[in-house]
Design a protein around this ligand. Structure first.
Ligand code: NAP
Length: 215
């Protein structure tokens, strides 16, 4: 594969895509890197990031990363500045994957829970899209991918705040696609069902989640 940097939108297959992936999940990052994309990742802990970067360096991938707690607006701005400087002011793909939850009955959620879950899952991705807009536009063909959830489409127990954050994300995807089509920026949401990851393992105390795996 030709991985040279050039911007002719008529020849996208031969352009190295610049991707900001708000995750350290190996599967998505490695898939993109295998296609020759330059990827910048984020998580909260720099040591975790560095461990992943070491592995990926050995594999010859073009991946960088920096710590960012997406609940902090300042840290969101910092990571976008880093990306802008790494990728020469251009970004082809923004992947909003960060997510959190805590299983509780609707009546038991505190305002702090709501602020944390909505802030992590929805508000941060809203703000990051705003920050990424000039970079996505400058690339000539930008794409935003939201990792939503089936919980944003259907009602499940013990997930009212998480589900609301993903429902908001689904609607926001449509608004972005509508407003930014003129800038050649696409937006899509992926809505997976249950996948056994650390996030789901942390929910295994919940009888309903356990049942999903037994069925
Ligand atoms: N697993 C499922 O069944 C399932 C189903 C549907 C949708 N999803 C969605 O898929 C996405 C990924 O989830 P996962 O299942 O892969 O869970 P995961 O392994 O726990 O990954 C969550 C990611 O979010 C990051 N994160 C959480 N809070 C953060 C914060 N404040 N700042 C920066 N990063 C933060 C974590 O990074 P650090 O902890 O390293 O900082 C981690 O990389 C989420 O949006 C989730 O809602 C998952």
């Amino acid at each position: 594969m030709d991985t040279s940097w050039h911007d002719s939108s008529s020849d996208r297959r031969h352009t190295r895509h610049r991707v900001l992936s708000l995750i350290t999940r190996h599967a998505i990052v490695e898939e993109l890197a295998e296609f020759g994309a330059a990827v910048h990742i984020c998580a909260r802990n720099q040591e975790d990031i560095d461990k992943c970067l070491e592995e990926w360096k050995i594999k010859g991938f073009h991946i960088t990363g920096s710590a960012c707690d997406v609940l902090s607006p300042d840290q969101r701005q910092n990571i976008m500045q880093t990306v802008s400087s790494n990728f020469h002011g251009k970004l082809n793909i923004l992947i909003n994957n960060v997510g959190t939850t805590a299983p509780k009955s609707l009546i038991d959620y505190t305002l702090e829970d709501v602020t944390k879950i909505m802030g992590t899952n929805f508000e941060s991705s809203y703000h990051l899209c705003q920050l990424a807009h000039p970079l996505l536009k400058a690339s000539g063909y930008g794409s935003i991918v939201f990792i939503s959830s089936i919980a944003g489409l259907k009602a499940f127990p013990h997930s009212s705040v998480y589900a609301s954050s993903k429902g908001a994300m689904n609607q926001f995807t449509k608004n972005i696609a509508f407003e930014w089509a003129k800038d050649n920026i696409r937006a899509n949401a992926v809505a997976p069902g249950p996948v056994k990851t650390p996030l789901v393992e942390s929910l295994m105390v919940c009888v309903f989640v356990k049942r999903l795996y037994i069925l």
